[in-house]
Write a protein that binds this ligand. Structure first.
Ligand SMILES: [Ca+2]
Length: 380
């Protein structure tokens, strides 16, 4: 589960602050000079006036760093945004002020988090994205995962109405079946995004709040959990808010464990899709040809289905495989090697984009699912 697309200039602004404040980029050997040069060069709107605030936050975080290890009684100076967050957590959820203070004092600024946010893989052209995610590694791994968990997957299909191949493909795209669940400290990543990344600060302060609540509810150490650069956790890569809301205990051990339990991951992915309106037995997406004049306006309508297939046909869209005229669909465009290619995205396609708001992502889940279903015969 990822969060994508922000303006590259902000990355530069933040990194500029870091060069003066923390210097951690150089220490970690993570500087990408070519990228930086290109982005600076292409962003005449880069605002010098916004630098001081970002720098101040980073300097304060750096000061916090110097305070480590903080004795219990130490007074730590935190950025005002962090202070406000702590006070909210104390007031709304009765967290301990001094515990949170000590916790944030030990969080290390990690600029690679911001770096990764600015260059999401979902921004690649579809044909490049497809090559990365619908590959032999994920197809063969998916066959194995399906064989190992066939009974659990069938139970998830019966309980939630989501077919096995969609569950398996989602887990394959997200983490290669649990093999790649992320190497960032979740606390570190979410703190960085919540307080040093203005474009998504609101979202990530909320995720940080959910993460602290999740840790308290599930009794795990907040500093130990690893995840993606965006703080997504475990085999299905759930953000903390989704973990709290949609994770289920599907192996019956009394815990919702998305890190260690493939069964819990399977049930939780199925529950996520069902909760977002998955329509059992319906198609996801079908390829289409379009009337070049009318296509841009239809693509502009967005990925949420608004017109039924019959109406789309009247407006020049020709599905190249059979599809009923009644259901609503959206015209989807993606970049193939030879130019734009088109699909009719039905409601279930839209549901997959609730997992990750990217056309590439949903197309990859669909194609991987198709490849896996082909190995296992018709669904039942
Ligand atoms: Ca469990």
């Amino acid at each position: 589960m990822r969060v994508d697309r922000i303006a590259p200039s902000l990355w530069t602004r933040i990194r500029s602050g870091m060069r003066r404040g923390a210097g951690a980029v150089e220490r970690a050997g993570l500087e990408n000079r070519n990228t930086r040069k290109r982005i600076v060069g292409s962003n005449p709107t880069l605002s010098a006036t916004s630098l001081p605030r970002v720098r101040r936050i980073l300097v304060l975080l750096a000061i916090c760093l110097l305070a480590v290890p903080a004795p219990a009684s130490a007074t730590v100076t935190l950025a005002p945004e962090v202070e406000a967050f702590i006070q909210d957590m104390v007031r709304k959820h009765q967290f301990s002020d001094s515990s949170l203070r000590q916790m944030f004092a030990k969080v290390e600024p990690n600029p690679t988090v911001i770096n990764a946010m600015t260059a999401p893989l979902t921004a690649l052209p579809w044909y490049q994205f497809r090559n990365r995610y619908v590959d032999a590694l994920r197809i063969n791994g998916g066959v194995k995962f399906w064989q190992e968990h066939a009974a659990t997957l069938a139970r998830a299909r019966r309980e939630f109405g989501v077919p096995e191949e969609i569950i398996v493909a989602t887990i394959g795209v997200e983490s290669i079946y649990g093999r790649r669940t992320g190497s960032f400290g979740v606390l570190e990543a979410l703190t960085m995004l919540a307080f040093s990344y203005p474009p998504r600060a609101r979202l990530f302060r909320s995720e940080l709040e959910h993460y602290l609540l999740l840790a308290r509810e599930s009794r795990f150490d907040v500093t130990r959990v690893k995840g993606s650069y965006a703080g997504a956790i475990g085999i299905p890569q759930f953000l903390p808010s989704s973990y709290r809301r949609y994770a289920v205990d599907f192996d019956g051990d009394g815990r919702r464990d998305l890190v260690g339990s493939p069964a819990d991951a399977i049930g939780s992915v199925a529950n996520y899709y069902k909760s977002h309106g998955w329509r059992e037995g319906q198609l996801v997406v079908v390829p289409a040809e379009v009337d070049a004049d009318g296509a841009p306006a239809l693509v502009e309508l967005g990925i949420k289905p608004r017109l039924n297939v019959g109406e789309l046909k009247r407006r020049g869209v020709s599905p190249t495989t059979p599809v009923e005229e009644g259901p609503e669909a959206a015209l989807i465009m993606a970049e193939s090697e030879t130019g734009p290619s088109y699909w009719l995205g039905l409601y279930n396609f839209y549901v997959i984009t609730r997992y990750n708001r990217s056309i590439n992502y949903a197309l990859a889940v669909h194609e991987l699912a198709q490849a896996l279903r082909a190995r296992f015969g018709p669904g039942g």
